[in-house]
Design a protein around this ligand. Sequence first.
Ligand code: PLP
Length: 406
Amino acid sequence: KASVFEDIKAAPADVIFALTASYAADTYDKKVNLGVGAYRTEEGKPWVLPVVKKADHILVDDNNLDHEYLPILGQKAFREASAKLILGANSKALAEGRVGAAQCISGTGAVYTGAHFLSKHYPIKGAACYISKPTWANHRAIFEGVGIPVLEYPYWDPATKGLDLKGMLGAMQSAANGSIFLLHPCAHNPTGVDPTPDQWRQIADVMEAKGHFTFFDCAYQGFASGSLDKDAYSVRYFVERGFELFVAQSFSKNFGLYSERAGNLTVVAKTPEIKNRIESQIAKAQRAVISNPPAYGSRIVSTVLTNEKLYKEWEQNLSTMANRIIHMRKALFDELTRLQTPGKWNHIVDQIGMFSFTGLTTPQVKVLKEKYHVYLTDNGRISMAGLNSKNVKYFAQAVDYVVRNH
Ligand code: PLP
């Protein structure tokens, strides 16, 4: 008998996960994985943050913990600590009681939850969500998945290998009033290019004048510069100016909790009463998708965020990760300079966060993979965390070869 699903078409594999699988299957001893956005140590290994290990032990020894359901919107201590982390302890919006929060399935779930809410309750029907060109591939998938039309605003300027501010502001100006704009507050993925404070001011001016809605997706707070405050600058600036906004927060990178799916959607509303109504709708929707979020990752995060000593230690762990990445940027830049690789490479050190948009072309990426067993996405993005003092020379030589010959 024919299957009910006889006509189903196979979906394409996820590019990043497929890349990791081909890397794993490669038996060459000098292979390098610069695809996946996960931190690696100098030895190329995953890192369980020492502060997370401590929190682990605290949780294991806590006889008051059980495995009961969390509330639909998640663990209260985690939600409050997450909102405070991104908005700052002295946030006026927090003091005024107009900040809501929902614990979600990590950053992805937080973006989804916010997008889903907007698809049901955003007052301008048919409003589009503008995403940066380029951006994290899931942004388009998530917003289109909830039925919100997706358009792009210029972001990356290939000529300067920096921000196309003019193009970005121009798109904001010509978008229909009240459009939704998805912004990366720090460590833009995939380009590693962030606006400066003055550029954020110009962006906020246009967002305000046009009545656009701001949706921040914050996956790298503390991981970009090593400073939690510095990386939250744009969000806090927008909140100070009185914007109503959403912030999706991920604790995958800054806690190294990739598989625990700890995330939060912070909602800044105009009044406490509106905040309550938004939260109630998010709770209603969340009930029908995940019922309630998982506890473990959020317990680790809230244990650290609510303990002064552990918080300090976490900041040190963050510096360790951020500094190693900044150091690898410098090492790669120095190697390319030493080899006199054609072209300008200062963007490698100017960019920030996990990724660097190298400017390498898709054919060059292909040669890197086939000849050198170096794995990176076709758009030339490299995860800086995949570099270390043992493979950076090899990688620089490979780049030098493809730039000269392809
Ligand atoms: N948003 C951006 C821009 C990201 O780069 C990532 C991770 O790569 C995420 C969100 C979400 O990550 P997760 O769902 O693992 O927390």
